[in-house]
Ligand binder design. Structure first.
Ligand SMILES: [Zn+2]
Length: 462
């Protein structure tokens, strides 16, 4: 979706910025739920996990970039995910932007915003009033970021650490590159803000925790705010496949092993990601982020997952379904409620060329194999579709020196599993006795070929 640029004379007067000048602003809004009146269901693990207290705040953090009067916004909320209809409502509250990207950190210790973690499998975990608060807060954070815009220079840095990721599923492939964008006042060199992008599930507090928290992201942002003395916005990336802190061996400063599900491990991990970001910030190079070129495409993805179809029937999955006629880009998207026939969901894939930086905006949890070109080849013959073609890798399409992937971008369609690694039916890959975890959280085996194929076409400009 593209946004018409609506600039009034009043707006121009209130922003006496030089034409073509690059400006940036950061903004945030508090999305912490109120406890006590209604149950707050925590998202991400089993159903019916009710919050008992608030440990740290749930936030929306936004960055607005502008090339003269042309503005784009990136906002991320500390929640498990936001579906495209939520994103569309957030965009509807904002005017004057060429593009608005809405993501979520994929936090597994915050309120349910997708509906799948209520008191039972047939009961939505969403409090509609809370979802409204999240949507309003995301828009508010963008507006505050827009108001805070100042002229800026930009630097980019990267750092990698495979020891900060566990891979919960074979084959072991990690996307362990962290990216930072550092914005400074051109005259004073004072830090105006830092955008940090990392690839992991915020789930270190695990399934037994009942305290509302942004998980490790809270500590990463805290650490960087303190060390950089400026606003910080965190964005997630490649988290499928499954990039996690669970079962990741981690020691405290004295060498004592830290257990999953503890705030000690959560804080330690968040601070280690913060330290990795600080390492990246020490070794940055200048980058130009203008001009902005935004390409997005609305597509259909078939829903083969019966759990998702059932959830739609029970109303726990509250989003429109469309007639699926084996075409991801039909001329007309036809809504349907008949799940006895092939159905699809509408989603959006994005490619942003921000000056010297290319950004893939991927609407879910993509497997690192699909980003880094490491899909199994040859496939394990025990896989369900061993002859499926290898999907075009996301990073093979990005030829610039600087690139980044934002996951859960404008939607959360679950896992994007390489089709030839799809493995629900016996025999199982790697001679395993049972299926690995993953497919249950995917819309279906066609998702990755469609998403990667559409992304390739988008980059080519088709
Ligand atoms: Zn996940």
């Amino acid at each position: 979706m593209r946004f018409a640029l609506a600039l009034s004379a009043a707006l121009i007067l209130s922003f006496p910025l030089v034409a073509g000048e690059f400006t940036v602003g950061f903004g945030e809004a508090d999305l912490t739920p109120e406890l006590g009146k209604k149950p707050v269901y925590l998202a991400g693990f089993g159903q019916n996990r009710k919050a008992t207290k608030v440990h740290d705040p749930i936030m929306a953090r936004a960055v607005v970039l502008a090339d003269g009067d042309e503005k784009i916004a990136l906002v991320s909320a500390d929640v498990v995910g936001l579906f495209l209809p939520s994103v569309e409502r957030i965009r509807g509250k904002l005017t004057g932007f060429k593009y608005v990207l809405v993501s979520a950190t994929h936090n597994h210790e915050g309120p349910d915003t997708l509906g799948l973690w209520g008191s039972s499998p047939v009961q939505s975990g969403i409090d509609p009033d809370y979802l409204k608060k999240v949507e309003a807060g995301c828009a508010e954070a963008v507006k505050l970021a827009d108001k805070a815009r100042k002229p800026a220079t930009v630097r980019i840095g990267k750092a990698s650490d495979p020891d900060l990721l566990a891979d919960g599923r074979l084959p072991i492939v990690k996307h362990d590159e962290l990216v930072v964008l550092q914005f400074r006042d051109p005259k004073t060199e004072k830090a105006l803000g830092v955008l940090v992008q990392w690839n992991c599930h915020p789930e270190s507090l695990a399934s037994a925790n009942t305290e509302v928290s942004a998980d490790y992201v809270y500590y990463t942002v805290k650490q960087l705010r303190e060390s950089q003395k400026c606003p910080v916005a965190y964005f997630t990336g490649t988290v499928g496949g499954l990039m996690t802190t669970l079962k990741l061996p981690l020691k405290d400063e004295k060498g004592k092993e830290l257990a999953d599900g503890t705030f000690a491990k959560c804080e330690r991990y968040g601070r280690l990601v913060g330290l990795l970001a600080e390492k990246a910030l020490k070794d940055t190079v200048p980058i130009k982020l203008t001009p902005f070129e935004i390409r997005t495409r609305e597509i259909l993805v078939p829903v083969d997952n019966n759990v998702f179809r059932l959830a739609h029937t029970f109303g726990t999955l509250n989003r429109a379904l469309y007639v699926w006629e084996k075409n991801p880009m039909p001329k007309k998207f036809t809504e349907t409620k008949d799940v006895s026939k092939p159905v699809a969901v509408k989603t959006e894939v994005g490619y942003l060329r921000l000056g010297e930086l290319e950004v893939a905006a991927i609407p879910g949890e993509i497997y690192p194999e699909l980003v880094l070109g490491k899909v199994e080849n040859p496939a394990d013959p025990a896989a369900d579709f061993p002859d499926a073609p290898v999907e075009p890798p996301i990073y093979d399409q990005l030829k610039s020196k600087h690139r980044m992937l934002i996951g859960l971008a404008n939607d959360e369609l679950g896992y994007f599993v390489p089709k030839r690694q799809w493995d629900e039916k016996a025999p199982f890959c790697y001679k395993l006795k049972k299926a690995q975890y993953g497919e249950v959280n995917s819309v279906g085996p066609e998702t990755s070929p469609i998403i990667c194929g559409v992304f390739k076409e988008l980059v080519k400009g088709k």
